[in-house]
Design a protein around this ligand. Structure first.
Ligand SMILES: Nc1nc2c(ncn2[C@@H]2O[C@H](COP(=O)(O)OP(=O)(O)OP(=O)(O)O)[C@@H](O)[C@H]2O)c(=O)[nH]1
Ligand SMILES: [Zn+2]
Ligand SMILES: [Zn+2]
Length: 232
């Protein structure tokens, strides 16, 4: 199974892009599963399940940093997708913590940014962009050619990765994203974070990169549970 992790600031167009991508993957006979991770509210999972009839799920991080919650639940989420016979598992995350990045080694990482968010955004968001495999720039229908080019230049200065520009509402350049997804490797266990978490007090912050709540101490959670304390 391929694991596609898609992060980006709120309302940048992640879901719109992923719906277009899912549509094409399903048309090619792929079996797709979808997980939306958010802090407290998300309707995307219902949307994916109603529109595409695919296994879809939402996970709320609540009081935990969304990227930390992601580390804790991703192992079980991958097992859930495998149980549902998915061959491509798409995870959309809120990506609110600009110190962490949700990407794992051996997975495929997509960072979505909206071109309307200001020319300096690529310089502000850190590992969410710099550790991604590709950047998808949405809402190109709303700005001039010159603004598009400056945004792209600022982005590739920070992260020299392929940039795919899209008007996601109209499915522009979605085929290019699908080709990148198709080229990505199969996920292998044990999964490990790509980046180094920031310095602080919990085991994730302290730099322990193993995916799965069993591997961490402090306030943790499972895919289905409320947060609980694990440790001495
Ligand atoms: N004009 C234009 N609008 C877009 C484009 N992509 C997304 N939108 C609109 O932007 C809004 C937010 O899009 P979503 O796909 O929900 O964004 P998101 O990143 O998934 O949002 P959250 O998951 O809620 O953080 C919606 O109203 C979309 O219709 C685009 O390429 N062009
Ligand atoms: Zn979304
Ligand atoms: Zn964090």
């Amino acid at each position: 199974m391929k694991l596609i992790i898609c992060a980006g600031p709120p309302t940048c167009g992640k879901t719109t892009v992923l719906k277009q991508v899912t549509n094409k993957l399903l048309a090619q006979g792929r079996r797709v599963a979808y997980l939306k991770e958010d802090v407290q509210f998300a309707e995307e999972a219902t949307m994916f399940s109603e529109e595409f009839g695919i296994p879809s799920k939402a996970a709320y991080s609540g009081e935990i940093c969304p990227d930390h919650s992601h580390v804790l639940i991703l192992k079980e989420a991958v097992e859930w997708a495998e149980k549902n016979q998915a061959d491509i598992f798409i995870v959309e995350t809120a990506g609110l913590c600009l110190r962490c990045a949700p990407y794992v080694e051996g997975g495929f990482a997509i960072c979505v940014l909206e071109v309307t968010s200001g020319m300096n955004l690529p310089r502000k968001i850190g590992p969410m962009l710099t550790l991604a495999d590709i950047a998808v720039v949405t809402k190109i229908d709303l700005v001039s050619q010159a603004e598009r080019e400056v945004f792209r230049m600022n982005l590739t200065e920070v992260a020299p990765i392929p940039v795919i520009e899209t008007d996601a509402l109209h499915g522009i350049n979605i085929d290019r994203i699908v080709r990148e997804v198709e080229k990505s490797p199969e996920i292998k266990q044990p999964m490990v974070l790509r980046g180094n978490p920031p310095l602080a007090v919990c085991t994730i912050c302290a730099g322990k990169k193993e995916i799965g709540w069993e591997n961490h101490f402090g306030v943790v959670r499972t895919l289905e549970s409320d947060p609980f304390y694990q440790g001495e």
